[in-house]
Design a protein around this ligand. Structure first.
Ligand SMILES: CC(=O)N[C@H]1[C@@H](OP(=O)(O)O)O[C@H](CO)[C@@H](O)[C@@H]1O
Ligand SMILES: [Mg+2]
Length: 572
């Protein structure tokens, strides 16, 4: 590294001293904490993004968001050239950059890592796109990120403004493979492919009967605002989208609103009430990468939740059906069938009933640890990989070879069987592959796909919800002295450290010999419980499910007490 580069790094680093005692780790989805503690970390994340751009010689993304967390929090994460999460083998470097105690240590760490990764500091231009959500702390953190990026010679920070997280990921991916990579291009792509899908579904007729309205809770964040823009571009005649909690009404981000609140509390978000009984409603999270649906069966605040597992199930049912139509009529084609491997990817938080349902559909179900980076990576291994976290974060990935085959098949069918059901299935699948965000879970594109499939099948939200019945579940958070003391294995379903806690959880759940001897019944029928340290909050999460809500609550509470006993009570 040249002297000019060293002194530039040192002179900018002295402006961002690390905060004593605030040791952050890259976590499930980047660095996240109270916004007031983040300036130094975001500056360093800027350096990291610039180094990643130098290493890959591609456009890289940097997102400033704390998603569903409270408005006073913020966070930062990096998007790789494909729009996917930062490669996991760079995470330890991210952690060590964030933890460097002084500018000298920071410089030394960068030099060593750059040598190891053979990064060339040759001054050639590379770009880092910076996007942020609507948090008030975003602007000052953006300045810190810009200075971090600017302290690597050749790296240029491009402020792309306030965006949903999936928009930024999409733009990074698009920048590296085409010239049409602006926010406008994103909206164009979504609206064009949705229109195309709806035309195929409606066959030219614009029916307006029943189930044609969806009311969307925008979490008072960026998603509501962007949905209003998308709605203008969609110019819908066959679907009414009403946006509430768009942030324009003055509500607080994620407070009593949004996908995380709705999924965890299972009540209507604020802004919704008795007038919405029976209506199909959807909820986005604070940076619009999560989507859940719900409907209120009565005027009480309780909802029927249609979570990420059910969105995954709806997508899986649709894709499977389209593939079987496509492969059904060999007479119409040359018969060069493609053995399409479909896989679905879930985490331990997936409701057990959803996994049973997906397996009954004959699908291959794979489990990864929590965090989109794990699910996404696994889903890329299939021709069609569908992944969702129960909280509503997920997407569908189509492999390049499959898409090439599908395109060729459609061309072939358009000459030998134009307008056939088989060709329509090919066209529908092609439209889906253009509508759904290939980089990351995206509440806006996911919602449009849900709406199109419901219309295609003629299903109400209730019919959709009836695909299977969720097992009652409960999630709790426990504050402990040191959450990093908990180490898990087997896609987080088992604690391996500290010793004995897993045995205690098993005994409580009734997994092993813990039976009620009087009636020889398991302590919690269909009981399942696991704990894991959160990667975004300073807590241990407890998840329990069982055959009744009381049993799930009681199991979660008992295990939360065990966590407290084994790990010590943390200050809040
Ligand atoms: C139980 C739960 O919902 N966990 C969420 C949450 O991660 P934790 O590591 O559990 O804090 O935030 C992640 C980022 O948004 C998301 O990917 C994940 O699913
Ligand atoms: Mg989010």
């Amino acid at each position: 590294m040249e002297e000019a580069q060293r002194s530039l790094l040192l002179s900018s680093a002295v402006r961002f001293p690390p905060l004593e005692g605030a040791r952050l780790s890259y976590g499930t989805a980047g660095f996240r904490t109270d916004a007031s503690l983040l300036r130094s970390t975001v500056f360093r994340a800027g350096i990291l993004a610039a180094l990643r751009a130098l290493k890959t010689r591609s456009v890289i993304g940097l997102v400033i968001t704390a998603s569903h967390n409270k408005v006073s929090d913020n966070g930062v994460k990096i998007a790789d050239p494909t729009g996917e999460m930062l490669s996991q083998d760079w995470e330890p470097f991210a952690d060590s950059l964030a933890a460097a105690p002084s500018p000298d240590h920071l410089l030394k760490g960068i030099i060593e890592f750059a040598e190891f990764e053979k990064i060339e500091f040759d001054g050639r231009k590379v770009e880092v796109l910076i996007g942020r959500d609507t948090r008030p702390s975003g602007q000052s953190l953006l300045e810190a990120a810009k200075l971090g990026i600017g302290s690597i010679i050749g790296a240029v920070a491009v402020d792309v403004g306030i965006l949903t997280t999936p928009q930024l990921h999409w733009m990074v991916r698009a920048s590296n493979c085409s010239t049409q990579a602006s926010e406008f291009d994103y909206f164009e792509q979504l609206s064009r492919s949705f229109r195309c899908l709806m035309d195929l579904i409606l066959g030219g007729s614009e029916s307006n009967e029943g189930n044609d309205k969806v009311v969307v809770d925008g979490a008072n964040g960026v998603g509501g605002e962007k949905l209003l823009v998308l709605k203008e571009m969609l110019n819908l005649k066959d679907l009414e989208i009403e946006v509430r909690n768009s942030g324009r009404e003055g509500g607080v981000l994620n407070e009593g609103v949004g996908a995380d609140f709705v999924q965890k509390e299972k009540v209507v978000p604020s802004g919704f009430g008795p007038q919405d009984v029976g209506i199909r409603c959807a909820s986005l999270d604070g940076d619009a990468d999560r989507l859940v649906y719900f409907t209120a069966p009565s005027s009480s605040s309780k909802i029927e939740l249609v979570d990420g597992d059910k969105i995954l199930s709806l997508f899986a049912v649709f894709i499977k059906e389209e593939l079987s139509i496509l492969n059904k009529e060999p007479d119409a084609s040359t018969g060069d069938d493609y053995q399409c491997r479909i896989g679905v990817v879930q985490t331990a938080y997936a409701n057990g009933a959803s996994t049973d349902y997906l397996k009954r559909l004959g699908l291959e179900v794979f489990f990864t640890p929590t965090g989109v980076k794990y699910l996404h990576q696994k889903a890329t291994q299939y021709d069609i990989g569908i992944y969702f976290e129960a909280n509503g974060h997920g997407t569908i990935l189509f492999s390049e070879p499959f898409l090439r085959w599908l395109d060729a098949k459609n061309n072939e069918l358009s000459s030998v069987a134009k307008g056939s059901e088989q060709q329509k299935a090919a066209l529908r699948l092609l439209a889906v592959s253009k509508l759904i965000n290939p980089a990351v879970g995206d509440a806006l594109s996911g919602m449009l796909l849900v709406e199109a499939i419901l219309r295609h099948k003629g299903w109400s939200i209730h019919r959709w919800s009836e695909l299977y019945h969720d097992l009652p579940s409960k999630q709790l958070k426990v504050k402990v002295v040191d959450r990093t003391a908990v180490v898990t294995a087997n896609a987080e379903t088992e604690v391996v450290k500290p010793p004995s806690i897993q045995e205690a959880i098993n005994a409580e759940t009734g997994t092993f010999a813990a039976y009620d001897t009087c009636c020889l019944k398991a302590k919690y029928p269909q009981g399942r419980c696991f704990i894991r340290p959160s990667g975004t909050e300073d807590v241990i999460r407890v998840y329990a499910e069982a055959s009744t809500q009381d049993a799930a609550d009681s199991l979660a509470n008992s295990v939360a007490k065990l966590v407290d006993k084994f790990l010590g009570h943390g200050s809040s």
